[in-house]
Ligand binder design. Structure first.
Ligand SMILES: *Cc1c(COP(=O)(O)O)cnc(C)c1O
Length: 250
């Protein structure tokens, strides 16, 4: 896939529209304008488009596939203030590169992976910011820790010196087209309530190594429902970069 100048102009425009959309959703929920941020999900998209988004002021980018992300980081190594978030499934043989090349990981769902990321995080980078991915819709095939196992995993992660537990992430099952607002919001509400449980169980005064301030939820199709339930980081791919074409990448 090659980027033509048109694509880059489009990304610039789409970044502005995405910000306006988030701003409006925050206003509707009577939330502060700075209480949620956009994570631009650039998987399958070329480095030229990431650069265009960066030029429009976007700094945080989400990637799902390690090798593709490393290639883009290389191509964009002159952008020193860019912030890379890993948001894909994690195999244990990839933890070292993830710990070395990302600021955040949203998809921690197992103790073994958490331990490896912590051990392999280079000291000079400081703690790796992580979210625990929760299997909110309860589908057997979906990734994420089951809600009833969340507390135990959180306790383990908080004790790991290379990690800083920031909050929770989920990818709920898509809603039916005619779903009500309550139905659309239900999984996001569930994730918010789980974060509130963690905040109660691990108060900042006793657990200064954690910083439970993040709800990574909401994508291009469901940003509004997620923001209404307290999302602090919305992960937007299609809304910023257009539809994805996987045929050339994987
Ligand atoms: C691809 C992806 C996104 C972006 O999805 P869009 O519907 O394109 O906005 C967000 N989160 C995760 C984990 C993804 O894999």
């Amino acid at each position: 896939m090659t980027a033509v100048p048109d694509d880059e102009a489009c990304v610039t425009q789409c970044i502005l529209e995405a910000r306006a959309r988030l701003e409006k959703a925050l206003q509707t929920s009577k939330r502060n304008a700075d209480s949620a941020q956009v994570l631009a999900v650039s998987k399958t998209k070329p480095a030229t488009l990431v650069r265009a988004a960066w030029q429009s002021g976007q700094r945080a980018f989400g990637e799902n596939y390690l090798q593709e992300a490393l290639d883009k980081q290389q191509a964009l190594s002159d952008l020193t203030d860019i912030e890379w978030h890993f948001i894909g499934p994690i195999q244990s043989n990839k933890t070292r590169a993830i710990a070395e090349h990302f600021a955040w990981v949203h998809t921690v769902e197992r103790e073994k992976i958490a331990r490896r990321l912590s051990e392999q995080r280079p000291d000079e980078l400081g703690a790796l910011d992580v979210c625990l991915q929760v299997n909110i819709s309860g589908e057997a095939s979906k990734a994420g820790v089951a809600p009833q196992e969340l507390l135990a995993l959180a306790e383990t992660v908080i004790a790991l010196p290379g990690l800083r537990l920031r909050g929770l992430m989920a990818i709920p099952a898509p809603c039916a087209a005619d779903a009500s607002e309550t139905e659309r919001r239900a999984p996001f509400r569930q994730l918010r309530e789980l974060l509130e449980q963690l905040q109660t169980r691990f108060p900042a005064a006793s657990y200064p190594q954690a910083r439970l301030d993040t709800l990574s939820m909401g994508m291009s199709a469901d940003l509004e429902a997620a923001v209404a339930e307290g999302a602090t980081l919305v992960r937007l791919g299609t809304a910023i970069f257009g539809a994805r074409d996987y045929s050339h990448v994987h």
